[in-house]
Design a binder for this molecule. Structure first.
Ligand code: HEM
Length: 408
């Protein structure tokens, strides 16, 4: 089938057609407009792997996320006439909006459980959760691979790491899914989504302050944190710092597991090759699943010092969006990038970002995907995706397979 011809090319991340299928747009951007200016949002879209790799490695305050890493159209619609300072200390938004020292200080409060050694200790628990799900799902014959398998396992881990009862996992999953639905023309409605999230997160902070004896090390660190002016977080502010884990930890991994198993299942030769040594081969296949299936489309930075790329100078106050999903499919970096090849050589990967905001959950994500894919392949000899009923809602943020019905 021929790719649709795009006449009079224009790209807007919130255009409903882009949100429904951005990949053809990314190809044109990479080939013809590597630094594409979206006037309405005073934003430059970077689409080539090498350019994004270079830009995200700059860590001298040229690029800051002072307007958020995922600004909605309401934010981008306001054009700045110079550098945007860090936000006021109170009410404190998510720490990613600050440059150092606040960014690093708060990130450190949340990073302990995500270090490689801490994550390695979670393997048995993840395997146990995956098998509990499979015990329940496999006798049913058909179910949703994204939500009912990976979704519940990932949300359970988020609950346990943050200090929420694990029986809230299904509710957490539903809340995060609802909050990430992007509206055509405006992006993710962060303002509406957040109160729903905070209903889970504020009580954790309150329990931490009360010293109730339960385990919530991330909240404890946040409660003990002091900002440079000596002030501490309010309950809402501390809860807000956990949003990245709550959202990032819940919804990305399940989409990659379901979509990755789908792609593998479509290619019997690749499936046979991976099954020949599941423990040895899944870590390799996992990297291709992440490259091919990672749902996050782009993240934004606001420019604080002039920056020139491909002869275009981006001025302070203007923004860039790094189209990571385009980088994952850049033919300058990967041979035949639209093909799924389980054992392709991946020398560099941008799916987890790079530089200052590099994914906090990278080790957990890799471990969860490895275990969920391996346990699935060990226990499910044959499966078929009911592709007509699979759903990938339009999105400017997480364009991924929210629902993948499967028959085993
Ligand atoms: C395969 C799954 C995942 C992918 C592809 C992914 C991707 C990303 C990317 C691209 C960023 C950088 C955003 C930016 O540049 O502004 C990021 C940041 C982040 N991710 Fe992940 N993520 C995944 C899983 C997770 C998990 C499991 C967690 C937590 C449990 C998590 C938590 C975070 C947090 C907290 C940040 C914000 C970092 C910061 O700005 O300081 N992610 N992720």
């Amino acid at each position: 089938m021929n790719a649709p011809v795009i006449q009079e090319f224009s790209y807007d991340p919130f255009d409903p057609a882009v949100m429904a299928d951005p990949l053809p747009y990314y190809r044109v951007l990479r080939d013809e407009h590597p630094v594409y200016y979206v006037e309405k949002w005073d934003t430059y879209a970077l689409s080539r792997f090498a350019d994004i790799w270079q830009v995200l490695e700059v860590n001298d305050g040229t690029f800051v996320a002072s307007e958020g890493t995922l600004p909605a159209a309401t934010v981008l619609g306001r054009h700045n006439d110079g550098p945007v300072p860090d936000p006021p200390l109170h009410p404190m938004p998510f720490h990613a909006n600050f440059d150092n020292p606040i960014y690093d200080g708060v990130r450190r409060c949340t990073s302990g459980p995500f270090r490689p050694r801490s994550v390695a200790k979670l393997a048995d628990r993840i395997r146990e959760l995956a098998n509990e799900r499979l015990d329940e799902l496999l006798p049913r014959g058909t179910f949703d691979l994204t939500q009912e398998y990976g979704g519940i396992v990932a949300a359970s881990m988020v609950c346990e790491l943050l200090g929420l009862p694990v029986d809230l996992a299904a509710d957490v999953l539903a809340t995060v899914n609802a909050g990430s639905l992007a509206q055509p023309g405006s992006g993710v409605e962060v303002a509406n989504a957040r109160p729903g999230y905070l209903e889970y997160l504020i009580p954790i902070v309150q329990r931490s302050r009360a010293g109730d004896g339960t385990d919530h090390p991330i909240a404890d660190n946040l409660v003990g944190y002091r900002l440079p002016d000596g002030s501490e977080f309010t309950d809402i502010e501390a809860a807000t710092q956990m949003l990245g884990i709550f959202i990032g930890g819940t919804e990305t991994v399940p989409k990659i597991v379901a979509h990755g198993l789908w792609e593998l299942g479509l290619r019997s030769d690749q499936m046979a090759a991976v099954r020949a040594d599941i423990d040895g081969n899944v870590p390799k296949a996992r990297e291709e699943m992440i490259r091919y299936c990672a749902p996050a489309q782009w993240f934004a930075r606001t420019v604080r010092k002039p920056f020139t790329i491909h002869g275009t100078t981006i001025e302070p106050g203007q923004r860039i969006i790094t189209l990571l999903a385009s980088a994952n499919r850049d033919e300058r970096e990967y041979h035949d990038p639209d093909e799924f090849v389980w054992d392709r050589t991946i020398e560099r990967l941008l799916a987890f970002g790079r530089g200052q905001h590099f994914c906090l959950g990278v080790h957990l994500a890799r471990l969860e995907i490895t275990i969920m894919v391996s346990e699935w392949l060990k226990r499910v000899p044959e499966y078929e995706i009911i592709s007509d009923s699979a759903l990938r809602p339009p999105s400017s943020f997480q364009w991924g397979w929210n629902s993948v019905p499967v028959e085993v």
